[in-house]
Write a protein that binds this ligand. Structure first.
Ligand code: 3H9
Length: 704
């Protein structure tokens, strides 16, 4: 209701109940901060209140500051002031926690005098994952609650802990029974009143010691784990430096660091990534469209991909029938799935009983397609060959019940041609999972010409149920991700032909922030994959296209990457992660001589700018063609499927931040050598000329 505060104050006997109700996650918007400040003032004036319980309605206690307010002018009261007022209260305040108590939410709880949580509550200070550090006293109050080392660990990693660990660390006073956090808070308040307990302020507690050797050790760890980022190290320094000051000085020091980080490109990129991931599911044309029934899933093909998809579906609580060509293959796939589930049990992600139940009741592996007659959705994950896939879909058409969704896991092929193999193309869609499918969060949802809206909605519902991020793509060779990959990989191959070594390229790309360079990735995936694609396209190749002859020669020499112990790198006991192979340089010299190329050197910066320009140019083209609905969807694909460094936000965000005119100028320069490859996307050229941004382009399929 307009004008109504999201914070309520009422009393039960001598206990004041302050409740925040600001769905969906009780973020600390200006109205919540104002409401909290008023509630604390009212508590002071209320003669009948002796203690207060602060709790939240809905699914969670406060999940943090309101991220959507970042970058806008700040509206008083500030969160540090509100928390200081809570802490200063003469009447004790008990924070009653449930859900995910994160960031500013945990800082509010630390400003309260006592903390109690219901089982299942999770807590953390995830600010570094947004390029920030806790800016409302967290860097100074948390160490006073749990000790310096535990605080450094939690703040520099941003990891969440459960109520049990929080209790052991001393972050909370008790884990209550039941699910009602307010009732738990009231019980704690009653107990405290009976004891005659007064306020207990972390801000008045003595600062814990910060052992120099321990801090140095953490500095080394953070340097390694947060390579390329500024926030985690700044957070560490802020904790330690602040603890050497009186509390008020430490908090002021923290505030300055928080404000500095607010201005960084890293903060903008990470918050962009956060909202981009959530925006991907918003599809304007699906408003009011209900997904189809989705309980039983069929999977065709029990290779690594089929096994991963089956594992992800089982873990999501779906019933799974996997079909292989014969019973021994079906049994082998079943064993693989059992192993993957066992891995989840070992990592503590799955209870052994749940695993047993899945394998005995929710899963079966069969050798005949008839087993799929009654499933709601079939995902085909067979060999990547159009004729093979069309045949599979013809069979499915004759077997599956009407209304079943028929999905292909192809990563390149034309989903329209696959759909046309059936008499129900409206039921056909692409679901491109990434390997290992039980781990990778990305799912490209490939919508073909005839795909019905409720089939698209079903695909998004599946993604959500599996805990994956579904990104919609139109049909084209490679969809969003693999099409981009081909473009930047080609730019890398051209540099290698012209004189760079694959090791120079990998190093420069790792230097940019990717976990691996393109040749390391190739070795890991198997070089035969790219070879097969090149062979498939050889007949229709344009004469002006430069062929990476060296890549073909490696495969023809039996060097397929890690699986054969040799690819671009040598893999053996001495160097399991791979070491450069001198034979590669010789081979490349020979090829350059054959092709009449005079080799030249490339600086890391030039390698990065060519690689990125190719990626951005292809992304702009994908956007212009409507294959992706918005630039942020492309960013999500690259972040979650291709190792793009999250703290740079994704290629489209990165390009906007660099300035598109700069990238367009780079492309124009590269085009002087190779006008065939370096054709600038008309959209990119136009935006660069107009001073526009990729982020503002919308092909009209989404809501925002
Ligand atoms: C901070 O606190 C700084 C302070 O130290 C200092 C300040 C001075 N703000 O993820 P979901 C929206 S930094 C605004 O789909 P789930 C989200 O966009 C903050 N909006 O649900 C989505 O909207 P929509 C530290 C937020 O159940 C909806 O809520 N806190 C915020 O899978 C549902 O979200 C964090 O970093 C927010 N803080 O996961 C926590 N949070 O429906 C960030 C969520 O329109 N949040 N929304 O798409 C999360 O990690 C998850 O959202 C959470 C729920 C675990 C809470």
């Amino acid at each position: 209701m307009a004008g109504q505060t999201p914070v309520s104050y009422r009393r039960e006997g001598d206990i004041a109940l302050i409740e925040i109700d600001n769905p969906p996650v009780n973020a600390l918007s200006a109205a919540v901060r104002q409401g909290l400040a008023e509630a604390v003032a009212r508590l002071a004036e209320d003669p009948d209140a002796r203690i207060a319980v602060l709790s939240c309605a809905g699914r969670t206690f406060i999940a943090g500051a309101d991220i959507s307010e970042f970058g806008k002018p700040s509206v008083p009261p500030s969160l540090p002031d509100v928390i200081a007022a809570i802490e200063a209260s003469e009447k004790p305040v008990v924070a009653a926690l449930h859900g995910t108590v994160l960031g500013g939410g945990l800082e509010v709880a630390l400003g309260a005098h006592y903390r109690v949580a219901v089982p299942g509550t999770r807590m953390g200070l995830p600010e570094v994952t947004l390029g920030l550090l806790p800016g409302a006293g967290g860097t100074q109050r948390l160490p006073r609650a749990v000790g310096t080392e535990a605080a450094i660990d939690l703040i520099t990693s941003g990891r969440q802990i459960d109520a049990g660990e929080a209790r052991r660390l001393g972050l909370i006073d008790a884990v209550a029974e039941g699910t009602d956090s307010r009732a738990a808070g009231e019980a704690e308040a009653r107990r405290l009143l009976n004891q005659g307990a007064g306020p207990r302020r972390l801000g008045e507690a003595e600062a814990p010691a910060a052992d120099a050797a321990m801090v140095e050790e953490w500095r080394r760890k953070v340097m390694k784990s947060a390579r390329g980022q500024v926030a985690p190290m700044r957070a560490l320094d802020t904790i330690v430096e602040g603890l050497a000051m009186p509390f008020a000085g430490g908090v002021a020091h923290e505030r300055r660091a928080f404000m500095d980080l607010m201005q960084t490109p890293e903060r903008a990129a990470l918050i962009h990534a956060f909202f981009a991931e959530r925006r991907a599911a918003q599809q304007g044309d699906l408003t009011g469209v209900s997904p189809r029934k989705l309980d039983r899933v069929g999977i065709i093909g029990g290779g690594t991909m089929g096994q991963g998809i089956a594992t992800a579906a089982l873990t999501a609580g779906l019933d799974v029938t996997l079909v292989e060509r014969d019973q021994p293959s079906a049994d082998k796939a079943a064993a693989g799935i059992a192993k993957m589930l066992e891995g989840a049990v070992k990592r503590g992600k799955l209870a052994p009983e749940a695993r047993d139940q899945m394998l005995s009741q929710a899963f079966r592996a069969a050798a005949a397609y008839d087993a799929l007659a009654e499933v709601d959705l079939v995902i085909e994950a067979v060999f990547e060959d159009l004729d093979v896939k069309r045949e599979v879909f013809q069979t499915l058409d004759s077997i599956c019940r009407p209304g079943a969704v028929l999905a292909t896991n192809t990563s390149y092929l034309d989903v329209n041609l696959i759909a046309q193999a059936t008499l129900r193309p409206q039921d056909v869609i692409g679901l491109h999972f990434f390997s290992p499918a039980n781990v990778m969060r990305l799912l490209e949802i490939v919508v073909a010409d005839c795909t019905a809206p409720d089939v698209v909605a079903t695909a998004f519902a599946l993604a959500k149920r599996m805990g994956k991020i579904g990104v919609r793509s139109g049909v084209c060779d490679g969809f969003i991700g693999n099409r981009m990959l081909l473009a930047y990989r080609t730019a890398a191959d051209h540099m290698v032909l012209d004189g760079a070594s694959p090791y120079d390229v990998d190093q420069a790309i790792v230097g940019f922030g990717f976990p691996m360079g393109p040749y390391q990735v190739g070795d890991l995936a198997g070089l035969d994959i790219g070879y097969a694609t090149r062979q498939r396209k050889a007949a229709t190749r344009d004469a002006r296209e430069r062929v990476p002859v060296f890549a073909d020669r490696l495969v023809e020499a039996g060097r397929l990457g890690r699986k054969t112990g040799r690819g671009y790198y040598i893999y053996d006991d001495q160097s399991p992660q791979g070491r450069p192979d001198p034979e590669i340089a010789e081979m490349l010299d020979g090829i350059r001589r054959e092709l009449g190329i005079t080799p030249r050197s490339f600086t890391p910066e030039e390698i990065q700018s060519r690689y990125m320009a190719a990626m951005v140019n292809e992304g702009a083209q994908i956007l212009d063609e409507g294959i992706a609905a918005r630039a942020s969807d492309i960013d999500v694909v690259l972040l979650h499927g291709y190792g793009f460094p999250r703290w740079k936000g994704g290629p489209m965000h990165w390009a906007d931040a660099q300035g598109l005119d700069r990238i367009a100028a780079d492309i124009a320069r590269f085009a002087q050598e190779d006008p065939y490859f370096w054709q600038i996307s008309p959209l990119l050229a136009r935006l660069a000329a107009e001073g526009g941004k990729l982020a503002d382009v919308n092909t009209g399929k989404d809501m925002k």
